[in-house]
Design a protein around this ligand. Structure first.
Ligand code: SF4
Ligand code: SF4
Length: 176
């Protein structure tokens, strides 16, 4: 039987019973609209300035709990009330534990404070980005990404994968 959007795909790609993340800015710590780094760094444009010039989240606006805003805030003024979660179905997930778990401070073999190494920095500083520009990704960069992917671990280094790059927007739209 062919798959349908309503019955088969919608519950996966567009579940109804999800909860956007909720955060708040502490007015006693926030330095106000002159800073605005939380607003600038939210990929979903979720923050706005309230009547007291303190950022607040827009009503019923997307927040996927990426915490870019918290990381960007120089005053540690933003805290989490509830993290993004889905109640049932394919993406069912419990709300993330609070407070959010940050990486443990790096230590050397003697237990002394240490620096992150290059690999750790890549992992810990990676941010989720879901706002994309309309500009096509240049071909040389696509090739570099694929080349890095090709070197992912595989049994016996057989690299048994094939990559298909789709750049035609109409094709992508019709494929869903
Ligand atoms: S957690 Fe992410 S999506 Fe949510 S308000 Fe902050 S920056 Fe925006
Ligand atoms: S980043 Fe922090 S200090 Fe700056 S406006 Fe946002 S909440 Fe206030």
């Amino acid at each position: 039987m062919p798959m349908t959007w309503e019955k088969d795909l919608k519950p996966i790609y567009s579940p109804d019973d999800f909860h956007w993340g909720k955060l708040k800015a502490d007015p006693d710590k926030c330095t106000g609209e002159k800073c605005g780094l939380c607003i600038e760094n939210c990929p979903f444009d979720t923050w706005e300035i309230d009547e007291n010039y303190i950022p607040k989240m827009k009503e019923n606006w997307p927040c996927f709990s990426c915490y870019n805003c918290m990381v960007a805030c120089p005053e540690d003024a933003i805290s989490i009330i509830e993290s993004y979660h889905v109640d049932s179905g394919f993406w069912k997930t419990l709300p993330g534990p609070l407070p959010a778990r940050t990486p443990l401070e790096p230590r050397d073999a003697e237990g002394k404070s240490d620096q992150w190494n290059a690999g750790e920095k890549v992992i810990f500083m990676r941010r989720s980005v879901r706002n994309f520009s309309d500009k096509p990704v240049p071909e040389h960069l696509i090739k570099r990404v694929l080349e890095a992917g090709r070197f992912a671990p595989s049994a016996g280094n057989t690299q048994p994968w094939k990559f298909i790059v789709v750049t035609n927007k109409d094709f992508k739209k019709n494929a869903i």
